[in-house]
Write a protein that binds this ligand. Sequence first.
Ligand code: ADP
Ligand code: ADP
Length: 226
Amino acid sequence: RPMIQLRKVTKRYPSGQEALSGVSLRLDAGAMAFLTGHSGAGKSTLLRLIALLERPTRGRLVVNGHELETLPRRRVPHFRRQIGLVFQDHHLLADRSVFDNVALPLAIQAYRQPEIARRVRAALDKVGLLHKERAAPDTLSSGEQQRVGIARAVVHKPAILLADEPTGNLDPELSREIMDLFVQFNQVGTTVLVASHDLDLISRLGKPLVRLHEGRLQRETAGSAA
Ligand code: ADP
Ligand code: ADP
């Protein structure tokens, strides 16, 4: 079953820059792939289109059964909850504890406090930071901060996890740990797409690579072709 499907997707920004040109791509439910390519190749744009943070200029996107072009506006918040987003900069709130940062996506929904606590602790446990729930983000190492960002992205159990250069600020050892976490979430059923230009790091994981070059799909390995 396709979880993410793009058909001839083109994205041209108001500046005139064509960030993606006729990209077709399919990622099945439960799959994991890496999105790679030089800086400016269109990786972020592709992730932002899947998360509905941007709209395509042309082409079709179907994500977890939702036809994005015709998705009613009132359905967008529900749609976004099916996606967890991890960024290079984790955007943690400095004046809130680790616990409160991870709880943020749940707080805006009508969860009861015990349910929030249960889910937050489950997410922190998965990234190995249960013991840091009371800490302030700036007392953590950069690798730990990124793991808090990942816990926040998965706390609502999204079907899809998207990450944009999640190891961009980390040394090789910490980068491997972060990538291993994504593999673990994939192993329990989450569909994972990670943008990274670090080929040394991602090639050892044996997952399909989707390569972008100047907004065009360059090569895909078997299993991810549309
Ligand atoms: P990558 O993530 O691979 O570095 P991006 O998707 O960020 O690539 O960018 C692809 C191209 O689109 C680049 O030329 C970039 O400058 C341009 N671009 C990205 N975002 C915008 C924007 N909001 N407005 C105009 N151009 C943009
Ligand atoms: P509008 O499109 O009317 O400006 P949206 O609710 O679609 O309002 O989103 C506004 C901005 O909020 C988005 O461009 C995005 O940057 C951010 N945003 C909304 N939902 C999410 C989400 N789930 N994850 C990350 N960023 C989000």
